[in-house]
Ligand binder design. Structure first.
Ligand code: HSE
Length: 328
């Protein structure tokens, strides 16, 4: 299977490293970062490119752009690991649309295009007979969409509740366990590299709301938008509020909830009992799915990180390889 990778930030580098290290029958024939690109139909030497990127900040030739790679490289699937822009979806949205029109399968970790244009992208992918997979957009390494699409196929999904933002969860855990102030805990989270480039996306609940929109549109196809989510962040929480919760053997978590029968789509800090399976620590994510047959299922796992997110991307790629692409 031949793939092109667009984006060589933390997630892109994780994907390239895992493809290089694991014998998965995946050949990377095109690769681009924001400044340069390279195309090699015989397969790019990923270790060499990663080294070059580390030393110079560029992965290839400055005369080759991401669009050149998308248009000219020979590949079966495009891996879009460009950064999220929740307002425009760009540049990922344009790249993904170009590749679909060229009848290429899509695997993306970019939340922007899926949250903003899910319906259009799904329709375009169907028209062109290609797969559109985005496991890495929600819950990091947690295989939530594989679970919903396969393991729980046949169930009616009644509601979804989730801890979907690792940065907020880390901040809340550190405030409760160590008595850190919000500012101290946020600084730590940023230093760990989990926060978005603009951390207000995390702490104001925007990132969790984007993920909730992606979940809701996938499960119910109800075409909801970011503005439909009733959203409160954790940025105004005080150590006193946390202490009060602790006194009741409870704690505070930023919970994303979707209950379509009640027309309910909300992200907000909630006081919940410590025995609730959604009470996970640090940068972990947790998602509880309520269904008619399986009842409640909670998935817990690492919600962010280079290799963890690469795990979700590889799962999607190998699904496409097995379902659509002859091994090459
Ligand atoms: N900033 C996000 C988080 C990264 O903290 O969960 C993963 O989407």
């Amino acid at each position: 299977m031949k793939v092109a990778i667009i984006g060589l930030g933390s997630v892109g580098r994780g994907v390239a490293e895992m493809i290089a290290k694991k014998d998965l029958g995946i050949r990377v024939t095109g690769l681009a970062d924001s400044k340069s690109g390279c195309i090699d139909p015989a397969g790019i030497d990923l270790f060499r490119v990663l080294e070059k990127k580390k030393k110079s900040g560029c992965c290839g030739d400055k005369n080759i752009s991401a669009l050149d790679v998308i248009r000219k490289a020979p590949y079966d699937a495009l891996i879009d690991v460009t950064p999220t822009n929740a307002m425009t979806g760009e540049p990922g949205l344009g790249y993904v649309m170009q590749a679909i029109k060229k009848k290429k399968h899509i695997v993306t970790s970019n939340k922007g295009p899926i949250a903003l244009a899910y319906k259009e992208l799904r329709a375009l992918a169907e028209k062109n007979g290609v797969a559109l997979r985005y496991e890495a957009t929600v819950g990091g390494a947690i295989p939530i969409f594989h679970t919903l699409g396969h393991g729980l196929a046949g169930n009616e999904i009644l509601a979804v509740f989730g801890v979907l933002n690792g940065t907020c969860n880390y901040i809340l855990t550190r405030m409760a366990d160590e008595g850190l102030t919000y500012e101290q805990a946020l600084l730590e989270a940023r230093e760990m590299g989990y926060a978005e480039a603009d951390p207000s996306y995390d702490v104001e609940g925007i990132d969790a709301a984007i993920k909730l929109v992606i979940l809701a549109n996938t499960i119910w196809g109800n075409g909801v938008k970011l503005d439909d989510v009733d959203r409160t962040g954790i940025n105004l929480l005080t150590p006193d509020a946390m202490r009060l919760a602790e006194e009741e053997d409870c704690t505070v978590r930023l919970i994303a909830e979707a209950i379509p029968k009640k027309g309910f789509l909300r992200v907000a800090p909630r006081i919940i009992e410590k025995s609730n399976p959604l009470v996970v620590d640090g940068t972990l994510n947790a998602i509880t799915i309520e269904t008619d047959m399986a009842k409640e299922i909670t998935l817990i796992g690492r919600g962010a990180g280079s290799i963890e997110t690469a795990s979700a991307i590889l799962g999607d790629l190998l699904f496409i390889r097995d379902r659509y692409v002859e091994r090459s």
